[in-house]
Write a protein that binds this ligand. Sequence first.
Ligand code: ADP
Ligand code: ADP
Length: 229
Amino acid sequence: MSLIKATNIKKNYRVGEIDVPALKGIDFEIEKSAFVAIVGPSGSGKSTMLNLIGCLDHPTSGKLLVHDTEVSKLSRNEAAAFRGEHLGFVFQDFNLVPVLTAYENVEYPLLMVRGWAESKRRERVMKILEAVGMADQAHKRPDQLSGGQKQRVAVARALVGEPKLVLADEPTANLDHDTAYRILNLMKQMRDESGTTFVFSTHDPKIMGEAEVTFILEDGVLSRQGAQQ
Ligand code: ADP
Ligand code: ADP
């Protein structure tokens, strides 16, 4: 059974008087536990596709099912609750909270969404910060971290609550070779142990090489390479 099923999804952005078509009627299915890369040139619609799957925006038309929920119909509050319950999102610009430390940024979903007790939170946050190689920087705020370090904190925050689905916009763009592989291996391990589904947008040949399914976007039109549907 598919975790994600999209039927004839179109997305137009309204710019002044003009509709800019970003996705031109795309169909796709993503199985549970898949490791999926979305590749394509800048402006081809990758971020738009991730944002729709992640319930950050609505399609202009079409049907989008995630985990048996028609997310294209959720209200803003319902979408927020759905994201908290099921999704982890690694944003291209990280979206870390500037006034919180790395530790507090990663702890946030466990505190605000999961409502875990302090000792359980601490154990889990330190474990995931260790896994991304950021435990020794836990006390720093985002403005004290490099781009690659912020990216690793953003990955830790997306993974900490062990969501069913992790969406990541260029998650290795700021990482050196070894760190990128460390992060990819962490994600693969989580997929193997917990059945987490990962969907990335990327220009990075390392991720393309690791992906089992590759979607290619060109000017808002999608094609698929790899395992058969
Ligand atoms: P990338 O190509 O790496 O996805 P972009 O520069 O296309 O990054 O987009 C970065 C952000 O700016 C995205 O959140 C996108 O939605 C937004 N964006 C892109 N193009 C426009 C535009 N023409 N008008 C307003 N916002 C845009
Ligand atoms: P990619 O992630 O592949 O770079 P995007 O999804 O960011 O592509 O953008 C796809 C198209 O939609 C581009 O033409 C971009 O300029 C446009 N676009 C994206 N976000 C916005 C926005 N918020 N407002 C207007 N146009 C946008």
